[in-house]
Design a protein around this ligand. Structure first.
Ligand code: VG1
Ligand code: CO
Length: 543
């Protein structure tokens, strides 16, 4: 067996978006497509020779084949070792943890996260750095450059590695260590939280429904929630990962996790419901009769994190992505915490976490996390919620009511217009961009625009600048509308409109979110001409 050098040529469009390179699976399966991109990763990290990497994915269609290609290319590049999750599986937070715990040189995660999977759906590849976090733009830019000049790649000629058996084997001079994907992650969770308190909660009859959505968190949630913490068998549903996620979108929101919503809103609902996404980094929290928006969940966790052992000494600071509601800012202001506003995508939290400026952070897209890893972490958020409920004895609804009573309420919703004609979406954004200056000071349906700009971010740690990160319009009184085009979609453009309104009047706190936002929603259309440009009368998804 030997190393083969394969002639190739650049392939258009190999540009990582918000979180890695995502394309239709059939695109990834084309000759040289995956190989070119993996070669570009090796190039961007200064070669893979002598390095130790982590490898795993969310189990979607092509995950197993892609893993074999990546291993053969790592062996050909002279990698010292690849640590692989058994069956080529690892959730994104578990991969981040392994990269850090084993002090490796980084890792490759095969996932398109919340995008559906299957031969006609999506696949993705992402590189994480030695800190466990997604590669920053400086590194992904080098990958893009490498994809544009590639002329050959090297691959080891070998049979498939056995990834089903735990233990160490070899491929040429490279070692392959197959590890249990759950064990190290579960051990980390046990260190962070008061497992005894959560166990006692379940013993008292507290009922949970965790919907793994046929995705990677199934084995993690079953091991931790049922086997270790004593939640009754069957509390974790849809727990076996499937290559096409049972034909659904593994996206934990009220639309795609409708089964869970129906159970939680129905008679005899359990006390606590949760769901996670394809790769296990997102979470949705829902109490009995009470859906918790992700921005609110982040604020509640920030306000109560000290209840959990890992955060008992208090938080160093907090951060949220720009479109995320400012409920978190209210908590930070009251508790005297620094609060950072970053562009969309977890990679922007990495420096703040590494530099010890923040402990907790999150995004409106159902992503919350802390400095325990360098990715958002779905099951972590669920466990922190359970730890807080166990120690306070409150229900989810009571937590929310008490939170709003103390901090006020930021009504918040994201409206997604999916698979919109890309040219029309860009025209809409371009037109709005040129009009931002004129908007300032104007009246839009009875509300005064206080500021309007395109968000850019200067990283306070390394001084790097990220521009073009979303158009935002803020109103006197605290309301806000943000417009962005998605960087994870694979068909046309997805327009995301983020709508926020604040209230300090307790009489409004239990209002329905869409009702409370009615005027802001109308303003969002009036300002940007959403209907006119997209030809849609309503969004595809509201979260
Ligand atoms: C979306 C979310 C963003 C998240 C990203 C990756 O990006 O809005 O908050 O970080 O997905 O999450 P975009 O560019 O489509 O808005 V995941 O769980 O899909 O890795
Ligand atoms: Co995800």
């Amino acid at each position: 067996m030997s190393v083969i050098t394969v002639k190739t040529a650049p392939i258009e469009g190999q540009k990582p978006g918000t979180s890695g390179l995502r394309k239709k699976t059939r695109v990834f399966m084309q000759p040289h497509y995956l190989e070119n991109f993996v070669a570009a990763i090796w190039d961007a990290i200064g070669g893979v020779a002598g390095k130790t990497l982590v490898l795993g994915g969310d189990g979607r269609y092509f995950n197993d084949r892609a893993a074999q290609v990546i291993l053969r290319m790592a062996a050909a590049g002279g990698a010292a070792k690849v640590i692989v999750g058994q069956g080529a599986l690892l959730s994104t937070p578990a991969a981040s943890n392994l990269i850090r715990q084993r002090a490796t040189d980084g890792g490759i995660i095969m996932s398109a996260s919340h995008n559906p999977g299957g031969p006609d759906e999506d696949f993705g590849v992402k590189f994480n750095m030695p800190n466990g976090g997604p590669a920053p733009e400086e590194v992904t830019n080098r990958m893009v450059a490498a994809t544009q000049s590639i002329s050959e790649y090297r691959i080891y000629e070998a049979q498939d590695a056995d990834l089903s058996t735990l233990g160490t084997s070899g491929m040429g001079d490279m070692k392959i260590e197959v590890v249990d994907p759950v064990a190290d992650y579960a051990a980390l969770m046990e260190k962070l939280f008061d497992f005894d308190a959560i166990r006692t909660l379940f013993q008292s009859g507290f009922r949970l429904r965790f919907d793994a959505m046929h995705a990677i968190t199934g084995p993690y949630a079953t091991a931790i929630l049922e086997d270790t913490l004593g939640a009754p068998k069957g509390s974790v549903v849809n727990a076996t990962p499937s290559p096409d996620f049972g034909g659904g979108h593994p996206d934990p929101n009220p639309i795609w996790a409708k089964d869970l919503m129906d159970v939680m809103m129905g008679d005899g609902a359990p006390d606590f419901g949760a769901a996670s996404d394809g790769d296990g980094d997102r979470n949705m929290i829902v109490g009995r009769g009470c859906y918790v928006g992700a921005s609110d969940s982040l604020a509640v966790l920030a306000a109560n994190a000290r209840i959990a052992p890992a955060y008992a000494a208090g938080l160093k600071g907090v951060a949220r992505s720009m479109p995320t509601s400012r409920a978190l800012d209210r908590v930070a202001a009251r508790r005297g915490l620094d609060c950072y506003e970053t562009p969309t995508g977890w990679k922007f939290f990495g420096n703040l976490l590494d530099d010890g400026r923040i402990t907790l952070c999150g995004e409106e897209s159902a992503g919350t996390g802390s400095d325990h890893v360098r990715e958002k972490d779905g099951l972590w958020a669920v466990l922190l919620w359970l730890n807080i409920l166990a120690k306070t004895g409150k229900s989810v609804q009571e937590m929310m009511n008490d939170h709003w009573a103390e901090f006020g309420r930021n009504f918040y919703s994201r409206h997604d217009y999916e698979a919109v004609d890309a040219e029309k979406a860009n025209t809409m954004m371009d037109r709005l961009r040129t009009r931002l200056g004129d908007l300032v000071g104007s009246d839009v349906m009875g509300a005064t625009v206080e500021s309007a700009d395109e968000f850019a971010y200067d990283d306070p740690v390394d001084g790097s600048r990220a521009t073009g990160q979303g158009l935002r319009v803020a109103f006197a009184g605290g309301g806000r509308i943000v417009y962005r085009l998605s960087g994870t979609g694979t068909v046309g453009a997805t327009l995301r409109v983020y709508i926020e309104e604040v209230s300090d009047d307790p009489a409004t706190f239990t209002m329905d979110t869409q009702d409370a936002l009615k005027d802001m929603i109308a303003r969002a259309d009036q300002i940007a001409g959403i209907r006119e440009f997209t030809g849609r009368t309503a969004p595809d998804v509201r979260t």
